[in-house]
Design a protein around this ligand. Sequence first.
Ligand SMILES: [Zn+2]
Ligand SMILES: [Zn+2]
Length: 756
Amino acid sequence: MNNTLMHKLLTRCCGLLSGLAILLLLHSCSTENALIKNGKSDYKIFISSSALQPEHYAAAELQKYFHKISGYTMEIVHETKPGDKLIYIGFSGAPESLLKDLKPAGFGKEEYIIRSDGNNLFIAGGGTRGTLYGVLGYLSDYLGCRWYTRDVVKTPEQTTITLSKIEDRQKPAFEYREAWYHEAYDTQWALHNRLNPSTKPIPDSLGGSYITYPFVHTFNNLLPPVEYFGAHPEYFSEIAGQRKDSQLCLTNAEVLKLATKKVFQWIKEHPEANVFSIDQNDGEGYCECKNCKEIDDKEGSHSGTLLTFVNQIADTVGKVYPEIKLQTLAYAYTEIPPKTIRPADNVTIRLCHYNYCSAHPIQGCNHHKPFRDRLDQWKAISKRITVWDYFTDFAHYLMPFPNFGAMKQDVKFYADQGVIGLFAQGNNVPDNGGGEFSELRAWVFSQLMWNPDQDGQVLIDEFVNQVYGDGGKYIGAYIKLLHDQVKPDSVYFSIWSQPTEVNYLNPETIHQADSLFAQAIQATSKDMATAARVELAYLPVLYSKLYFYSIGGTAYLTGKDMPEAFARFNRIIKKHQIKAIGDVPQTYGNLDKFLEKIEAATTFTFYNDWLITGPFDNEDQKGLGTIYGPENAFNASQSFIGKGGSKVAWRKHEDKTSGYVDFSKLFTPSENVVAYARRTIHLPEAKTMKFGIGSNDGIKVWINGKLVLNRPVSRKAEPNQDMVTAPMNKGENTILVKVDQLKRGWGFYLTEQAGI
Ligand SMILES: [Zn+2]
Ligand SMILES: [Zn+2]
């Protein structure tokens, strides 16, 4: 019963009944018992003084949130008196009437029970954090508390907290749960959302974490090349007869001895760790020595030598530390399981789901079939599989990345497959957050990793509506707008996709997104904190517009609108202290370079309207030097004999989405060929002009019939790789471009430089 109703009832009753009758009425009105009624309570929180530190924290946490919700501070006691009304936290000191059949030893490390007979409440769990998880589960599942982001915590306000009968025993679907988003590494946030990350562990005082030491790619930790390679090159990989320090030689007896010793040292030095990793360095370079090759050939995979090696260490470790687990990778050259070798019982396989398809869930498209098969094969030989999966665009953290389908369904898929741990790699960069929907992703993952039977879409909707307030419905529509476009089976994008490669970043979508965010920002304009969050969610749309602007996509952003968009982008990234925008600082991840590129683009204009013709032959890479018809006198209606004898003619090409003239999409065939583009420039006066040229691959440029650039080269195109100046005539001037195709990609940029 809510307070207003109670108040009305009391007021109505007072005129008619005596004081005693009111009390009786109050009692009979209460069909449910209340832990706190109208801001008052007879209950106390009981915790045994001998309870673990995290259990004391759990009791304090319950007290804190009771106060936040109702304004009442419930006393915490360590002694019981007959007749006390108590909330029992932890097994220790709980009465038989509540314990009944429960045995603390029967609870898993993170398993808990919430039990109430309607009068008393009892919350207890196993291990160091089960009880604390139980209290957090009670606050969340029964009182509606939520920890969406480090700033957005929802606690309902109500002066009465009722207590009904409860019998709720829970444990997480995965024993290891880590969402690798910067936003997930706030200790309080991670704790409340019951993640147990290794990267920034929850301290022991708060129940501890699931710590893997060293985290991954540990060969260099086991036998550092600086220490061993000089004196013992035979400890390392033999590749084409040469020893290289890329990986270890896993059949060398000394390597096994030294590595085993090192693992024992790790175990001693890191009592906090649950798991110790023995796995290859990132990259290739496995050992091909006679002994290694023999095992790998027999096992049909390099996981043959790796598992043989890890099993031997696991055998020695297991005799001394039966509780300790070792972990190794099924990744890159060890992804395929061995034919006959089986992982020891104390060895965990960390299988990576790398770069298949981000548009669809694992069960949603055939791009994932090789991975599904791989998982089946590993499942057949191991009960201890954790998965390392990837849920962001590593080339562009700020690019819209509509992979919520995978996010919603893959966690459940893994749970159903019996996977015991999940590492969801997002865009965690130290001291840097703000990747596309990072907070939303981190929260949804945390909820699903605990209980994957929840509806992911319901969780997303809840987050969007609570965190973006009145802007939520527009952001929900934006999310739908993007995801509707990636539903068809034919759509594919990956964790390294470029904005130019994805179907959903078309000008129409970006303009619709702009309009939805304008409405979201308008709707939240009176609430600064919510408006700031909406603006952060808008950042990927701005990023896309600026990205396309920098390559001549005037359909996304015109020169006129660019300064405002650029200033806004800068303001948002400064406000949210965003410093990294991709995983590879040398190329995609460099914010300064990105900003420089955008600013530079204001000083030139892309030519994106041409007459084009081709393709012509480029056998033996002679095409660039061969004079074909288009290099002779121009006639717009003339046709030529192209590659393979086909008839080709001049045709118009105009593309306002990009200044890149992508010959590979405009001509067939598009390999071992050359093609031409031609345009005219009308000038009121003669003057000297400067042009920027970028190409994939070699390029020739003629201005008014004179060759001004001859660059036989194999390269990836960037705007302005070469600069040319040319005297231009009053009236009509012509530019003729010829580009050859050598390796992947084929096309060019040509820009007019301002102010010379
Ligand atoms: Zn070897
Ligand atoms: Zn797909």
